[in-house]
Design a protein around this ligand. Structure first.
Ligand SMILES: NC(=O)c1ccc[n+]([C@@H]2O[C@H](COP(=O)([O-])OP(=O)(O)OC[C@H]3O[C@@H](n4cnc5c(N)ncnc54)[C@H](OP(=O)(O)O)[C@@H]3O)[C@@H](O)[C@H]2O)c1
Length: 264
């Protein structure tokens, strides 16, 4: 393909596999995150913290030194948080939104001039099924990913005349370091919650550890970026696709009743 592809969150999981895959396909992959990938890697890497404005600006300057244009930007970096809303602190909520929402906006905004250069830039935002179906005890993560999906929609409409296309790719449970990296506010079990929080977290962790391979997500990213016109949103895997569609068409009360049975 021979494209310049910038991938945030390329030190592990879906982002790392994407960088390896696209580099091996003959593209030039440039990864970005707070730390270098563990072990060997054969793509360029820039350090940057999406939770920090100055760090994003510095990373973008480094990218500008490396390349005069970008064909594809994959916004893959992200963090998770679990626990009850009542037990989550202001600072914890602030930090997930800084990385999953504000940092995504800011790096994208600063890279748009490079994406415009060739007249056919593409942006893939990694959202989540949890951004469509609210998962109790992961509410702030769901909120942040729902924001990412709205960000895609707004960007897509605004950037179309500039020749840039945008798509959200929504993984479901995927086997990566995400489960261990998820921030867990101190689990406070009290009489009000009984053991609901622990049961919910155990279920989501079990589902992720037994989830799909990150390669399934990479393959879908590869498929959408090859399209002349990308869809607004694609979900990875048939069962998750089905769930997202059901979530859109069934009455919300019924959908949330099922989600509460599963996770709350
Ligand atoms: N795994 C799942 O079940 C699942 C499901 C749906 C959606 N997703 C989404 O898929 C994306 C990739 O997740 P993953 O599963 O591959 O998890 P992962 O292995 O934990 O990878 C997350 C990546 O984000 C980077 N990152 C975290 N905080 C950052 C920050 N402040 N600044 C820059 N980079 C940061 C990490 O690198 P550093 O630590 O080096 O900064 C890492 O490279 C995320 O957006 C996640 O929300 C995952």
């Amino acid at each position: 393909m021979n494209k310049v592809i910038v991938i945030s969150g390329a030190s592990s999981g879906i982002g790392k596999l994407s960088a390896e895959f696209f580099q091996q396909q003959g593209n030039r992959a440039i990864g970005l995150s707070r730390s270098y990938p563990k072990g060997k890697y054969d793509y360029e890497y820039i350090l940057g913290d999406l939770g920090d404005k100055e760090s994003i600006e510095k990373a973008v300057k480094e990218i500008e030194k490396l390349t005069d244009h970008i064909d594809v930007l994959i916004n893959c970096a992200g963090i998770g948080i679990s626990g009850a809303i009542e037990h989550t602190t202001y600072e914890e909520v602030n930090s997930i939104f800084q990385v999953n929402v504000i940092g995504q906006y800011y790096i994208t905004k600063l890279l748009i001039p490079l994406l415009r250069k060739e007249g056919h830039g593409k942006i893939v935002n990694i959202g989540s099924v949890a951004g469509e179906l609210t998962i109790p005890f992961q509410t702030f993560y769901s909120m942040s990913k729902a924001s990412m999906h709205k960000f895609t929609e707004g960007l897509k409409m605004e950037l179309k005349p500039l020749g840039i296309d945008v798509c959200s790719v929504l993984p479901g449970d995927t086997k990566t370091g995400f489960t261990d990296n998820r921030h867990q506010p101190k689990v406070v079990e009290d009489d009000l919650y009984k053991d609901r929080i622990k049961r919910s977290i155990n279920k989501m962790e079990h589902d992720e550890r037994n989830g799909m391979s990150p390669m399934a997500v990479v393959k879908l990213i590869n498929k959408v970026i090859k399209k002349k016109r990308m869809p607004i949103q694609v979900t990875v895997g048939f069962s998750y696709k089905f769930l997202v569609i059901l979530g859109k068409f069934l009455p919300k009360r019924f959908v949330n009743w099922i989600l509460a049975k599963m996770y709350a």
